[in-house]
Design a binder for this molecule. Structure first.
Ligand SMILES: CC(C)(COP(=O)(O)OP(=O)(O)OC[C@H]1O[C@@H](n2cnc3c(N)ncnc32)[C@H](O)[C@@H]1OP(=O)(O)O)[C@@H](O)C(=O)NCCC(=O)NCCS
Length: 169
């Protein structure tokens, strides 16, 4: 692991860290995410607390004490699809990229999903503009299973969303 790097799940009381990283990610990489900072910036504190107060987990990478990246796992309660784990919100602050922090975060998400026997696969969506993210997921065994054309609109530009999954069996 990268020296001084600690990855751990946030507790609900740590919502300010989640809020800061999430808003930073949406502002930094608008085409990577369907949410936008404007739609979240005025949410009450309880919104951020509640997002962490679930069975799902948000992992944050800390370099020393500084939060530098995040990745969340989302699980579905509907029994017919409760074998699917979903990764979302994957982000590393620009200054810290290229040091395998994204890879460590994804490996943490995969390990978390693998540790729960209910999960048979993990899936995610990645916008066609995010070649680093696509390369990262591919390097960890995710395969492309489909594509939504023109799924994300930023200004007058449209981006496809590539659908990827990895079997946990
Ligand atoms: C995607 C992101 C999280 C990667 O974080 P990172 O810490 O820089 O990535 P890493 O250093 O762990 O790179 C790991 C792997 O990603 C792949 N990768 C990295 N840069 C790449 C590039 N330019 N092209 C293709 N693959 C690349 C490689 O497989 C690399 O492993 P390797 O160096 O052993 O070959 C980061 O670039 C980011 O936050 N981007 C903006 C937001 C985003 O796109 N999020 C994804 C939403 S789905």
């Amino acid at each position: 692991m990268t020296p001084n790097l600690i990855i751990r799940a946030l507790t609900p009381d740590e919502w300010p860290i989640f809020k800061k990283l999430r808003l930073e990610s949406l502002a930094d990489s608008p085409s990577a995410f369907s949410a936008s900072p404007e739609s979240l910036v005025d949410q009450p504190d309880s919104y951020w607390f509640d997002r962490l107060d679930t069975a799902d987990k948000t992992f944050v990478a800390f370099m020393g004490k500084t939060p530098v990246g995040m990745a969340s796992i989302y699980t579905k309660s509907n029994p017919k699809i409760s074998h699917i784990a979903e990764a979302w919100g994957v982000y590393v602050s620009p200054k810290y990229r290229g040091q395998k922090i994204g890879k460590e975060l994804l490996q943490t998400i995969i390990a978390e999903a693998s540790s729960r026997s209910q999960f048979k696969k993990i899936r995610l969506g990645v916008t066609s503009s995010q070649s680093q993210a696509f390369g990262l997921y591919k390097s960890l065994g995710f395969v492309q299973v489909g594509c939504y054309k023109n799924e994300i609109r930023v200004g007058d530009k449209y981006f496809d969303e590539i659908l990827m999954e990895k079997s946990l069996e």
